[in-house]
Ligand binder design. Sequence first.
Ligand code: SF4
Length: 460
Amino acid sequence: MLSQTPTKVSQRSALRINPAKTCQPIGAMYAASGIHNCLPYSHGSQGCCSYHRSHLTRHFKEPFMAATSSFTEGASVFGGQPNLLQGLRTAFAAYDPDVIAVNTTCLSETIGDDIPQIIGEAESSGIIPEGKFVIHANTPSYDGSHVTGFSNMCVSMVKYFATRIEDSSEASAPQLNIVPGFVDPADMREIRRLAESVGFTVTMFPDTAGVLDAPQTGSFQMYPDGGVTVDELRNLGRGVKTLALGPFASAEAALQLDKIAGVPHEVLDLPVGIAATDRFIGALNALGAAIPDEITTQRGQLVDLMCDVQQHFYNKKVAIFGDPDHVLSLTEFCRDLGMIPVHILTGTPGKAFGRKATEILGDKADQTNIEGEQDLFLLHQLIKNQPVDLLVGTSYGKYIARAEDIPFVRFGWPILDRFGHALIPSLGYAGAIQLISKMSDALLDRRDRDSTEWQFELVL
Ligand code: SF4
């Protein structure tokens, strides 16, 4: 397995091998699926749309609906306006969504299609039915990653729908806006549960809970019941605050909402692990919400578990890779568990990753390989040079885990070769308990496997 990966690390400037990211449109499509009755729409060649749908389906094990402009060579030369106009006409007639959320691909970006102008043309020629909406995000694949695409579509939700609302007197409970980051439906549910349990009415955008974890009822529902509604998006201006969870995926939308509707915002780390969840709960508390006993108890259970398991985690070397918001918070959690993060890596560009990682690791930062905008080929080489006890990341890590015989925990997006992850939160105190359970299972299964017979203990 991966036998041609050399131990010697050489400088690469043009060759990328086994990327730790994918392209913008897939993130935009995932975000769009978190709008109620919305059809994600890919403006470009149909291959991109097909790949993105199948990749999302493979992670969630759910149907993922999306339409495409299906560019031909002609459209690639003369522009995709006729394709988009016809595509919108067909999509509204055949699939009747309330919203079509258009993203672009590298092809339509390279030829420079002017999407707002085409949407304007669709409006003036009656292609967009009364009471329906077309929004768009430019998502050039050669910039950023899928996380950037997610962020760009969240910004579009704000730009198309949010307005300044002076009178918020109708609200029975204060409204809190949350941008949850590129996380699973179960995580969005957990974030909502925490925020609602302290007395807020939550508008989460996007919200894929109920969309990509919808129940099997025996009949296919093109638009499941979940998702943030257009009315909720129009009322974002009523929020007392917007919390952006994860600076890479969520900060920009919260900032835009602040600018457009005057809703103050705060950027928090993705609440993975105890410290980041404490900061999230602290932010709720700072807004005047009393923290209920239920949450305090769950935190206490997590602390108890951290104490119970500490002898198995102490000084264990770990490598972590994936999306930057996930990796940074998990690095902090592993540090709090007494582990040593030896390699941390993301494929997504952005200098903030290195800065933030250094801040988290403090005086231990120089003992860690902190790699931004890098790939899994490099991660494998780093692990060959400095072996670890545990590897945590997306399904793509399984090849390194097998090649180097390392216990492996799947975490983040995508997870293509296991089941149930989209239904079980890895955020909040509940998610931290789940993560400890998975990581200790992996470490102790390895210990059992490698024990001699006389060391093979019943009680660990
Ligand atoms: S990189 Fe470009 S061509 Fe490839 S899937 Fe992404 S948008 Fe499509």
